[in-house]
Design a protein around this ligand. Sequence first.
Ligand code: BEZ
Length: 403
Amino acid sequence: MSRMISSGSSLNRRSLLLGTAGLVTAASAFRFPTPAIAQGAPLKVGFMLPYSGTFAKLGKFIDDGFRLYVEQQGGALGGRRIEFVQVDDESKPETATDNMNRLVGREKVDVVVGTVHSGVAMAMVKVARDTNTMLVIPNAGVNEATGPMCAPNIFRTSFSNWQVCEPMGKVMFDAGHRKVATITWRYAAGQQMVGAFGEGFKKVGGTVIEDLALPFPEVEFQALITRIATLKPDAVFAFFAGGGAVKFVKDYAAAGLNKAIPLYGAGFLTDGTIPAQGESANGLRTTLHYADDLDNPANRKFLADFKAKSGADGDIYAVQGYDAGALLHEGLKAVKGDWSARNDVVRSMRAARIDSPRGPLSFNAAGNPIQNIYLREVRNGRNELVSIAGQAVNDPARGCRVS
Ligand code: BEZ
């Protein structure tokens, strides 16, 4: 069963919060709210995702991936049937707290799965901490979620912004580039991703000559592309995703810069976007925790089943949704679907070892994935594996005090 609730809410935030302000200690974090549903009733999963706007396709693929995993298990995880409600967060941080409170307070969901946008995720993390609601983040990379804002009830099946971009510094230096410009949207994900790339690049001797940015989700790139042509860096590192990534890659090629100044990026630049980017994406090299042609049985099965279900080729967003289902399954299996044993659910989820389409997936104490970061190149209309840029990369979880 699935239901879409409209976003926006007049709920009084204070009436919903349970008053655990400040750092969630290990002891308090393991006290969960009393279950709102009787044992044996479906477990209620709230999807808080963008179903409209520049990240709409990303949200849909996460949703489809999660549902595919549940369907593969016969509609139940650990013997517990799953019920869904959805809210469209529109990638808007300003309505994120109300949307999250609506799911937690009015809808009384047991688990929230969301979201894509780092700024929206920050608001969700705060509510999840205050209300001790289980939150599984299936994309947003905001470092704080598994850094200073970490908590035992917060998990991520995607990446941290640091994790996917730091390894690119060495990759680009090894390719002979010494002076690089970066370009992104001016918001948490963009700034953290170019920052992490810069950290990796400077560590091996490279120089970032200019950081260029425009407000999210604007796509008027022309002035910045002209600036790149003037700067003449050895190469460019970019973070854009969804509709913005499609337009940026096309505009960069239309300006003829792809022939003169190699473009690299976080893998979101070309994941799920190649059909719309066409030839302008050919040859682009990016780092990500997935490549389309990873040759393992889990990936082959995932891609075939995802195509059969949705008619589309799976991408990283679908994988992250699929693995969010797999992670919840690990927790529910351990307690035979008994959500009242949530401390055990959490422990099993933290200890999970998942045979993911992306390769081996486990979790650090902060709840962030430990995973390979792959260098990929766009060839034959997909992101093909070039090499492993970082084996079992673990985010440093700076500032996390949950052990
Ligand atoms: C983010 O805001 O964290 C994000 C959005 C799209 C792709 C990757 C990261």
